[in-house]
Design a protein around this ligand. Sequence first.
Ligand code: FPP
Ligand code: MG
Ligand code: MG
Length: 405
Amino acid sequence: HAKGGSVINPRDLLGNDIALLTDNIRRLLGSGHPVLNTISNYYFGQQGKHVRPLIVLLMSQATSLAKAAPMSASAAPSIPAPLSAARVDAPLSAHPTAVAFGAAPAAASASAPADGAAPSPADPVILPTQRRLAEITEMIHTASLLHDDVIDVSMTRRGSPSANAEFGNKMAILAGDFLLARASVALARLRNAEVVELLATVISNLVEGEFMQLRNSALEGSRYEWKEPNWLPSSIAGDVESQERFQYYMEKTYMKTASLIALSCRGAAVLGGSTPEISNMAYLYGRNVGLAFQLVDDMLDFVVTADEFGKPVNADLKLGLATAPVLYAAQTFPELYPLMERKFCHDGDVEKALELVFKSDGIARTRALAEAYCTDAISAISTLPPSLAQTALIQLTQAILTRRK
Ligand code: FPP
Ligand code: MG
Ligand code: MG
């Protein structure tokens, strides 16, 4: 397929596994109440990008091959030291359940080789549990969007009225809760305590990330307790104020966006019975992709039109949020700090901030930072055995930098 550097379409690679995603999710969402059914299915009826389940499925394939062709000790990559963010992310124990569980049910998968033969490099495996994890990941993401559009008072999503615009806040919130609950039931049915813990951590991280965004507590006097001391990207020189704000912004970004991708990638590897080293590579890939993805999202908020984006633009400034382009711009134009402090609430603040961001190198530096995380993501999986899935993951990472929506 991918000879001569051609672009792999992950949807071709994954075939039915991605085509059936929405159908399977709908099946997990049946309730007795027709209106609850309508609202909780509402965002699945639109053309979402399905980035997270795509990544989970591709990672499942890419890591299944690592297991089939174990790396020799000399070829083994050096793994960065465990992150201290592991305080929130790490499983309580090593990976015993995963190995025991992941080893057995391969034969049940439609794409698994017959007669229990070890998969060959041409024959990547997606286990039924990994496919279910992809669905759970999309459900958790969609639950967070239902709640997010209420919090952000956002009236459009993917070019259509948001669920809250269509059905009101109360029902949108309850539909989000319902999605989370059904995702939790499906998660429990995986019968893998480690993966339950990973995805439960995602849910708490999403809430913490959203809370960090709502209340800049680190910057409001009370101490915020850093999960990890080294969030600060190396490209941020700047003064202490700038560094503190960047540290907070990056941690928030991990919590609200990267955690879901990182820990579901780890979960896919765990379900496949990967070694802790391979699971950690999967985690690092997802984490770096997630950080890059949100940085680009924050950049696009400044540079694309609402028609392209399918949701309102300049939304962050209007919500009082200073994202990477503004934080970089403030290093050149410190007059942005008082505007940030009052959350751009005075007349003309949003326009002034826009003007200074475009006068500065804030957009270009945000893009460069996203690119650096993409490079780290690609290097995290570079030592997996070569496969179409690995190439697709690399191409998907590169595409983050050129996406317009
Ligand atoms: C989108 O961000 C929102 C998120 C990535 C996370 C939102 C999390 C919550 C609302 C916490 C509750 C979580 C659950 C699981 C119910 P954005 O507003 O920057 O993106 P947008 O432009 O797409 O709206
Ligand atoms: Mg939003
Ligand atoms: Mg939001």
